[in-house]
Design a protein around this ligand. Sequence first.
Ligand code: COA
Length: 327
Amino acid sequence: MLLRSRITGTGSYAPEKILTNFDLEKKVDTSDEWITERTGIKERRIAKDAETTSDLCLEASKRALQAADMKPGEVELIIVATMSGDMPMPSTASLLQKKLHAKNAAAFDLNAACSGFLYGLSVADNFIKAGTFRKVLLVGAEIMSKFLDWQDRSTCVLFGDGAGAVILEKARGPRGILSTHLFSDGNLWDFICLPGGGSQAPPSAKTIKDKLHFIKMKGNETFKIAVRTLEKLVIDTLRENNLKPSDVALLIPHQANLRIIKATAERLNMPMNKVAVNLDRYGNTSSASIPIALDEVVRSGRIKRDDYILLEAFGAGLTWASALIRW
Ligand code: COA
């Protein structure tokens, strides 16, 4: 019997505060019509000033642990995929470990931007298959709202805050993570970046004045590459697993733009009722978007035992990634 990793629990959490497109109309020169037509987003969640990324992780993790019927002390590894952690050091995973009382776990963060959750899934899967860890908590969590220029309409309307978590456990048999596929092209690093605060531009009065601590994105250029890349990625992922698009019960894409999601679904000839979409309610929550969507479809009973689920993401790096799961 093949040794695999299997998702045995999911959980998610988003801050209570809702910011609608109409609220944004009062802040910047934009309209509900533009945002809806160009992105599909209607509203997003925004963290409170005092709320941190590890706080969102904690709520999502508690729910995933409960679903997996696991105690925090049983967790052997915590991975937090994030690009908006509580602080550069220590890792948000270590801060989550403290809050969760998961005292027996190793902990680290992973940054692959919007592809972070799928990169994390691959790392967790390989650790489990190698026998290094048996029980892994993987969280994708972001507070994007604290890194946005609320005067820049080209970015501030796109993102939102939230967290999604999964528990992965060692399992035998045909069900579980079947394959993961990771890619990057660092030549295109400046398509989406947050240039200030690191060793290239340490925090200073000038970096603040120049707004280098906010997310910058070449939206239109990124859009074109995302569509092309994701179309090839999903076809290649299915081919490597000897599956046809019609074998897939549900596509769970990264939630950046409904037009990108629809183009990927069209390439697979998949009707939109076989695609998980929640960006209308959350916007782009980067590494949190796939695990939030996964938790929603699991809890609503939309996926069933033995279903093939295809996950894909694209984001800063540039990075892109996919995974195929037999549920
Ligand atoms: N409200 C109104 N107008 C806006 C606007 C807003 N919030 N933001 C931009 N515009 C304007 C632009 O200024 C531009 O005006 P111009 O034609 O007079 O210059 C026009 O709308 C079109 O801008 P453009 O950037 O070409 O729009 P687009 O159709 O590419 O949509 C994005 C913009 C960002 C929604 C889209 O490019 C996108 O989703 N990109 C990919 C994001 C992504 O996948 N990132 C990876 C994961 S993070």
